[in-house]
Design a protein around this ligand. Structure first.
Ligand code: ATP
Ligand code: MG
Length: 420
C-alpha cells in the first residue's frame, strides 16, 4: 500500500465536529462588526514579498524568520500573507478607498513558519479589523470598546485589556537611545535573542517572553515617560473614554507589539488560561504605514483576533456557543418508501425553508437507520415503510420522549411547526 500523505506540520485540519463552533463564533463576530458599520474586504492570500518587508519591517521576527516565501514560475518573489494589515492597506490604497474614511474587516488564514505548539501554528486564522482616515483618539476608544463587546457577545469573561502608547516616531527614536544605553549597561544579563535585538530592534526586548529577562525589563526606562505631547494627550483622552465607559484596563509600559508599523495607541487582550500563548487579540495605531507603502499619508488603526486561541479559550471556559441540532432524520425502508421519502423531504424543505433535515440514503435495516438517527441528534425521526406509503402517512418519533405518532403527509409541515 502506498504511504499516506500527511498534512504539513503546524497546519491543521478543522474537522466537522468543531466547524459548527467556528461558524457560530464567526457569525457572532461579523454581527458585532457590522453593527459598528464595518464592511468586509477580501484580498489575496499571496502578495509580493516586498509588501511585507516594507510594512512589517526587515528586523521583525516575521520578516526575519517566519515568512513562507517562494518564487513563482515567472520568477516573481511572493509570500503567503503572515498577517492581514499589509494586504488590507495595499488593497484600500490601490483601489482608491482612502479618499474617505473606511471601516473594514476581513477573515482568513495567515501563514508563519513558527515552532508549532499549543496556540501557535504555521497556518492560523485571524479576523482583522482596520479603520483608515480617523486620527483618534475617539476611534481608538471605540475600537477597544468594540472588542469588549465582542467578548460580551461570546459570553467570555476573564480577558484582561492592556494598553500602551508607543508615541510619535521621533519620541520613539529618542526613547530607543535611552533604552539601548540602559541595556548596554546590563549587557551580560541579556539573553541571546535580546543581544541580537539590542541594536536592530531594542524595543522588542521589552516584549521578551523569557522569565529570566523579566526583572531587567521591569526596571527599564518606560516609553510612556518619554512620550511627545500629542501622543500623551491622545492617550489620556482615550483612557478617559474607557474610564467613562467603565472598561477596566492595565497600562503596560512594556507592551510594544512585534511589528514595526505601530505608533501611538497599542493594545492587547490577554488571558492566563491558555498557557504562554495568552494574547487573543492585538492591535494598535499605524499612522505611518500608508505613506511607507507609497500612498498619500493616511491615519490608521486596527487589530486582529487569533481565532484558534479564541476558540481554545471558549472551550477552556466552557463557553463554546450552542450549536443548533438537526430537526429531522428521515428513515425509509423499501424501494417505494425510499423514493417517496426523498419526495417528502423535498416537500418539507419547500414548506419549511429553515428545517434541518437529513434523509437517510444508502438503504439498510430499520435498526441500522435508527442508530444513525440517534447519532444525528435530530429532534424527530420520521419513519416511512411501504405500509406508511400506501396510507400516505408517516410515523413521527419524538426522540426526547420516545413517543410516536402517525401523521398524514399533508399535515406534516404543520405538525413539525407546532411541536417545535
Ligand atoms: P505573539 O506575540 O503571540 O507571537 P504576534 O505579535 O506575533 O503574537 P500578531 O501578529 O499581533 O501576533 O497577531 C495577532 C493575533 O493573532 C495574536 O494575538 C494571536 O492571537 C494570533 N496569532 C499570531 N501568531 C499566531 C500563530 N502562529 N498561531 C496562532 N495564532 C497566532
Ligand atoms: Mg509572533
Amino acid at each position: 500500500m502506498a504511504e499516506i500523505i500527511r498534512s504539513i506540520r503546524g497546519m491543521n485540519d478543522i474537522l466537522p465536529d468543531v466547524t459548527p463552533y467556528w461558524q457560530a463564533v464567526e457569525t457572532a463576530l461579523k454581527q458585532v462588526l457590522t453593527s459598528y458599520g464595518y464592511q468586509e474586504i477580501r484580498f489575496p492570500i499571496v502578495e509580493k514579498t516586498e509588501l511585507f518587508c516594507r510594512s512589517i519591517g526587515e528586523v521583525t521576527d516575521i520578516v526575519e524568520k517566519e515568512m513562507y516565501t517562494f518564487s513563482d514560475r515567472n520568477g516573481d518573489n511572493l509570500t503567503l500573507r503572515p498577517e492581514g494589515t499589509a494586504g488590507c492597506a495595499r488593497a484600500a490604497m490601490q483601489n482608491g478607498l482612502l479618499n474617505q474614511t473606511q471601516r473594514l474587516w476581513y477573515m482568513g488564514p495567515m501563514f508563519r513558519h513558527e515552532r508549532p505548539q499549543k496556540g501557535r501554528y504555521r497556518q492560523f486564522h485571524q479576523i482583522g479589523v482596520e479603520a483608515f482616515g480617523f486620527s483618534g483618539p475617539d476611534i481608538d476608544a471605540e475600537m477597544i470598546l468594540m472588542t469588549a463587546r465582542i467578548w460580551k457577545k461570546l459570553g467570555l469573561n476573564g480577558l484582561e485589556l492592556q494598553i500602551n502608547s508607543l508615541g510619535s516616531t521621533e519620541a520613539r527614536l529618542a526613547y530607543r537611545e535611552v533604552l539601548v544605553t540602559y541595556f548596554e549597561a546590563h549587557k551580560d544579563e541579556l539573553d541571546e535573542d535580546s543581544q541580537r535585538r539590542l541594536h536592530s530592534n531594542p524595543l522588542r526586548i521589552l516584549d521578551s517572553k523569557n522569565p529570566a529577562m523579566q526583572a531587567l525589563n521591569e526596571a527599564a526606562p518606560k516609553l510612556i515617560d518619554h512620550l511627545d505631547d500629542e501622543s500623551r494627550q491622545q492617550f489620556d483622552a482615550m483612557c478617559q473614554t474607557l474610564d467613562a465607559a467603565g472598561l477596566d484596563y492595565i497600562v503596560n509600559p512594556r507592551l510594544v507589539r512585534g511589528l514595526d508599523y505601530y505608533g501611538k495607541t497599542v493594545f492587547e487582550w490577554v488571558t492566563n488560561h491558555l498557557g504562554s500563548q495568552g494574547t487573543v487579540c492585538a492591535g494598535g495605531r499605524y499612522d505611518a504605514l500608508i505613506e511607507q507603502l507609497g500612498g498619500k499619508s493616511a491615519t490608521a488603526i486596527g487589530f486582529a483576533i487569533g481565532l484558534e486561541r479564541l476558540i481554545a479559550l471558549l472551550e477552556t471556559m466552557d463557553a463554546l456557543p450552542a450549536v443548533e441540532p438537526m430537526d429531522v432524520y428521515l428513515v425509509a425502508v423499501g424501494e417505494q418508501a425510499t423514493q417517496q421519502s426523498l419526495l417528502l423531504a423535498e416537500r418539507l424543505r419547500e414548506q419549511l425553508p429553515d428545517l434541518k433535515l437529513i434523509a437517510h440514503c444508502g438503504g439498510g435495516s430499520f435498526k441500522n437507520q435508527f442508530k444513525r438517527a440517534d447519532r444525528s441528534g435530530a429532534r424527530w425521526t420520521l419513519i416511512l415503510g411501504d405500509d406508511e406509503v400506501s396510507q400516505q402517512m408517516v410515523s413521527v418519533k419524538t426522540m426526547a420522549t420516545g413517543e410516536q405518532e402517525s401523521v398524514a403527509w399533508g399535515e406534516l409541515a404543520h405538525y413539525l411547526e407546532n411541536n417545535k
